[in-house]
Each structure stands twice: as structure tokens, then as C-alpha cells.
Design a protein around this ligand. Sequence first.
Ligand SMILES: [Zn+2]
Length: 160
Amino acid sequence: MILNATYEPLGVVSVRRAAILVLSAKAICVADGDGILHSSRQAMPVPSVVRLTRFVRVPYRANVGLSRRGIFARDGGRCAYCRSTAETIDHIMPRSRGGRHAWENVVAACARCNHRKGDRTPAELGWRLQTVPGVPRGAAWRVLGHRAPDPRWAEFLALA
Ligand SMILES: [Zn+2]
């Protein structure tokens, strides 16, 4: 993960890219990962979190890209209908009935609820959503959509 000079999370880059930033003094490593990187001339710990030495201005991005991983992260991995462990993505207004594939119309759901719901709406079933699905905001979302975050990132994401 890469942080701005202000510690704001900017995103996820490859280990190789992070190492190059550190070696060229464009960033400093603030949390080591597992293992050692060897180059022809030196060895360094695998960087897990690097912070840029100079502040970069980041264009404001209004819309966080919709992804399966992002939906699970937003909903805490819980089914929006029964709060059990979610394995699937459900369109609240089914796509077969014109429901959009957008943050406000998708929730994490367990396979059982998703199957029982079929192409009906929660209202038709008398179900209530346990969460109000919305577009995630904040810098941490630049990172969460990418992959399962490294536990070492948590303290840096909490600042966002
Ligand atoms: Zn469920």
C-alpha cells in the first residue's frame, strides 16, 4: 500500500514498484512485510506500507469503482437480510426487473437469502435490509477495493 506524505492512503502498488520508490528515495518504508528482497547490490525487507516523501495532489474521485470485493468490504462480509456470512452479491431490485448494477442497489447476501429472494424485491417478501447501501467514501476505499487488505495496513486506514 502507498500513502501520501500526509499518511492518506493512495492505493495499492506492486511490491516491486514500492521497492523502487524506496530505493530511489521517493518513499520511505513505514511497515515491513514478510521476507527480504534481494537485488544485485543490496537486500531490503519487503515493503508492506510506504509513504511518499513528497506530497502529491490527488484528483478527487467522486465514484468508487463497484467491485465484488468492495461490496463485501462495505457490508462487513455479512448478509444484508439475515446478518449471517455473505457469499453472494444480491441486486435489491433484481436486474431482471431493471435494477441497476450500482452501489445503492447491491448488497452482500448469504446464498440462502439470495436463493429464496429470487427475482423479488425485499418489500414483496416482507424483508427488511439491515443496512442502507450507499456509495463508500473516504480515502480508505482507494485501497479496500483492490484485494484483501494486509492486516498491517489497518492502522493506516483508520486514519482516513
Ligand atoms: Zn441471509
